[in-house]
Design a protein around this ligand. Structure first.
Ligand code: EPU
Length: 333
């Protein structure tokens, strides 16, 4: 096990953070060793994938970062489906590309989402009408409470919109692999713009879907290699029918999307129309002009500046609507 001192700016897509102790796990034995080392040395273990949803405070004390870098993919073929297991350190979009190349349906709408496979179940990644939980079979984890590796079924993960057990039982589980069931029979999901526009076109292939999703994401979301960011900074809030009716009296144009447990309001709309913070900057941090749900580090921004900027947006929206936004990005200090 090699512990190195690194700059966390190089390990996060928002490029914020200071020096920290980091160890890479290339297999499950390394996970076990890091866990034991942290325990013996009274260090808090923080699990990191590719850092596309995390912001670290510049000074971290008594923390050991464990980067999951376990590679490998295994596929079992059946008549009408495949069962694909990818290790946690694989890049999520490489798995999607592999599935699309083989016409295995289920995750094509989740194309081009940054991050690793191991991070995907934590926030139950979702886009364009599809969520990871729709094809998730199980997750292999190291359970730090029981000190053992175990499998958690789809049900055990308690996944819902941008949520799962891994957010609630924080730091308990270390995800080392994810198993998906993908269909050999076409199962396109066209419920969400811009995919609705493909509807009715019989020649639509799984590759057409992937390409349209990628084109849309490239247009709306900044490339974090050029404009450091962590994708959606907040969740979209879900309100009850009564609240939705009340809000639309003050905000006639407020868009609402009916979901299982109420009405989802796009945070991008709240940032633009309630907070009036679209394309606004405070010092080196600001919202992205095309999709204000994304916060960009435009220079050498700091953890504090970023946190204050997010709080300013939260406050303005709360003042205007009484809705308190929930951050999607993890703030680690
Ligand atoms: N909107 C505005 N102003 C803008 C941009 C958008 O008012 O400048 C409003 C419009 O009403 C638009 C709506 O926001 O219809 C929704 O926008 P979009 O379709 O881009 O989706 P989103 O709800 O903002 C979610 C995910 C994205 C995912 C897209 C597509 C969350 C928190 N974010 O965004 O996920 O790509 O849907 O499915 O649910 C990510 O996690 O990093 C991410 C980008």
């Amino acid at each position: 096990m090699v512990i190195k001192s690194v700059s966390l700016q190089n390990y996060t897509s928002l490029r914020v953070g200071g020096e920290a102790q980091l160890v890479c796990a290339h297999n499950e034995q390394h996970v076990l060793e890091a866990f034991q080392y942290a325990k013996n040395n009274n260090l808090k273990l923080h699990i990191l994938g590719s850092g596309t949803n995390t912001v670290f405070k510049e000074t971290l004390t008594n923390v050991l970062i464990l980067k999951i870098d376990i590679k490998g993919v295994e596929v079992k073929e059946f008549d009408d489906h495949v069962v694909l297991t990818a290790n946690g350190g694989e890049i999520w979009d490489d798995i999607v590309e592999h599935a699309v190349d083989n016409s295995w349906w289920g995750i094509e709408n989740l194309s081009y989402i940054p991050g690793t496979v191991g991070a995907a179940p934590v926030q139950n990644i979702g886009a364009y009408g599809v969520e990871l939980k729709d094809s998730l079979v199980s997750v292999r984890v190291f359970d730090t409470h029981k000190s053992e590796f175990t499998e958690m079924s789809n049900k055990d993960c308690l996944s819902s919109y941008r949520d799962s057990i891994f957010k609630h039982e924080k730091d308990r589980y270390i995800i080392t692999a994810v198993t998906l069931k993908l269909s050999k029979i076409p199962k396109p999901v066209y419920t969400y713009e811009p995919l609705i526009s493909l509807f009715g076109n019989n020649d639509v292939s799984i590759m057409d879907i992937r390409e349209l999703v990628i084109k849309t994401r490239v247009h709306k979301l900044p490339d974090y290699n050029v404009y450091p960011n962590a994708g959606s900074f907040f969740k979209n809030p879900i309100v009850s029918r009564e609240e939705a009716e009340h809000l639309t009296k003050s905000y006639l144009q407020m868009p609402l999307r009916k979901v299982e447990n109420g009405y989802k309001i796009p945070t991008a709309w709240l940032i633009e129309h309630v907070a009036e913070m679209k394309d606004k900057r405070v010092r080196n941090v600001g919202t992205w002009p095309v999709q204000p749900l994304v916060i960009v580090n435009y220079g050498d921004t700091t953890y504090q500046e970023l946190s204050d900027f997010a709080d300013l947006i939260i406050q303005k929206i709360e003042n205007g609507t009484r809705i308190r936004l929930e951050k999607e990005v993890n703030f680690i200090e």
